[in-house]
Ligand binder design. Structure first.
Ligand code: FMN
Length: 164
């Protein structure tokens, strides 16, 4: 799959099949996150891979829109060393790389905002001083998966040339 096709076709997947993603593909996804660019190349991230169904279900209760984590084959919980715009930006890029790498392998994904980070950190044994806001569900799309309406704004609405 060409990068441009992955970018064009990737959709958020929130319903997953029971088929497991092989560890080699999970590694490929994690490696895509590892290879992502970051401000000053600080690589301010740690990724926790969660496959345990009970832990996925517990995590799914820690965000208002995080329910899809309960049915994921696995989740990657994103941890950063520091709060701030640049670490947030860096983690966002690592998330996008992982999601696109997954899509090429037929693995769907969706981000889940974690609204109760302290409980999530306790659940996963993450040191209190680290930042945990996001997890990503991964898995093969369920046979009855239907993307939400989605759609994107047009270039004419968002692009400005030379000045605003
Ligand atoms: C920072 C961020 C947070 C998100 N949080 C959630 C979330 O908590 N729950 C959820 O179901 N989707 C979440 N999403 C996924 C978006 O809803 C999804 O990417 C968007 O609707 C576009 O979907 P589409 O590519 O299928 O059109 C999040 C996406 C981003 C980038």
């Amino acid at each position: 799959m060409q990068v441009r096709d992955a970018i064009r076709t990737k959709r958020a997947v929130r319903q997953f099949s029971d088929q497991h993603v092989p560890d080699s593909d999970i590694s490929a996804i994690l490696n895509a996150g590892r290879r992502s660019q970051s401000s000053k190349n600080k690589q301010p991230w740690h990724f926790i891979v969660v496959k345990d169904r009970g832990t996925l279900e517990a995590l799914s209760r820690l965000g208002t829109f995080a329910g899809h984590l309960a049915g994921a084959d696995f989740a990657v919980v994103m941890i950063s060393d520091k709060a701030g715009n640049w670490p947030d930006f860096d983690l966002g890029q690592a998330a996008a790389y992982m999601q696109l790498a997954g899509w090429e392998l037929g693995v769907g994904s969706c981000i889940a905002a974690i609204y109760e980070p302290d409980k999530a950190k306790e659940l996963l044994g993450v040191p209190a001083e680290l930042i945990l806001n996001l997890a990503i569900s991964f898995g093969y799309p369920a046979p009855d998966f239907t993307p939400t309406k989605g759609g994107r704004r047009q270039l004419t609405d968002i692009v400005h040339y030379e000045k605003w």
